[in-house]
Design a protein around this ligand. Sequence first.
Ligand code: PBG
Length: 332
Amino acid sequence: MKPTVAPFPTTRLRRMRQSPALRRLARQNTLSVDDLIWPVFVMDGKDDETPVASMPGVTRKTVNRVVKAAKEAHDLGIPAICIFPYTGMEARTEDCALAWSPDNISNQAIRAIKNAVPEIAVMTDIALDPYNINGHDGFVEDGQIVNDRTVDALVKMALAQAEAGADILGPSDMMDGRIGAIRAALESDGHQNVTILSYTAKYASSFYGPFRDAVGASSALTGDKNTYQMDPGNSDEALRLVERDLSEGADMVMVKPGMPYLDICRRVKDSFGVPTYAYQVSGEYAMVQAAAQNGWLDHDKVMLESLLCFKRAGCDGVLTYFAPAAARLLNG
Ligand code: PBG
């Protein structure tokens, strides 16, 4: 329905913007700590953390420090934390067997967090890239990223994470058929309450650069991920992927990267009305930090504005490295 708008001066749209009280009353979307998922990097070692050069303010942490971060997140009211493992070249193999080891660093972190802070939801990453000698999310045979054999490995990885106590599984690999295969395995293995937040519309993006430094994948990666991640020029394909993942058993869907892809968030939300998330990725974080460090942007204001805009675009939540900083501001 089109609102009746009388001509100026009967209608003065500035009337509703004149005071904080009226602006608050008219505001359609708000950001709260409930909307945040905090991605953290876990590494081997004892009580230590190392900075990620291209992500100022972000560190890789040993398990005990990740547990401390989870406590901090919970105290701030952040509902979920998402674990990404750092693996050096020496731990990477062609068969990626470490990916489904119950004792790999991610699974250790999941167990330790669920032990210390059971209330916080723990999200994982399902993809072979941290464990793969060539940095790809799937197995490589004769220069091709093979789909079906990769899905079998992803299922083993998912079960190990569910066994460790993960609440939300995050398949980020973009193989076809993985959501259905993971869901079926969870059902038959007694993990029917484990949720899946599918990286459904994940684009082949150059905004992931700093993340690949953070997890040690930059030097490992040979070639690009264009045969499995989406083409940045596509939009309709995102809807086909969402429909597919929902039909296979995804509980939540994600658009990634975030800010340059807000149009996709809106289309997904309008078309399906399901829990929809965006990943404000490492490159987006790095851009804001770099500009703020130069005094070119106001860090806090740009951070909160960028996160609010995800809500306006239809997202129910955002994965963001800003989560603790944003939570502190939102909590006053
Ligand atoms: C890997 C994965 C990536 C990110 C999350 N999971 C990188 C990639 O696909 O190469 C990117 C996150 C970020 O840039 O912050 N499966």
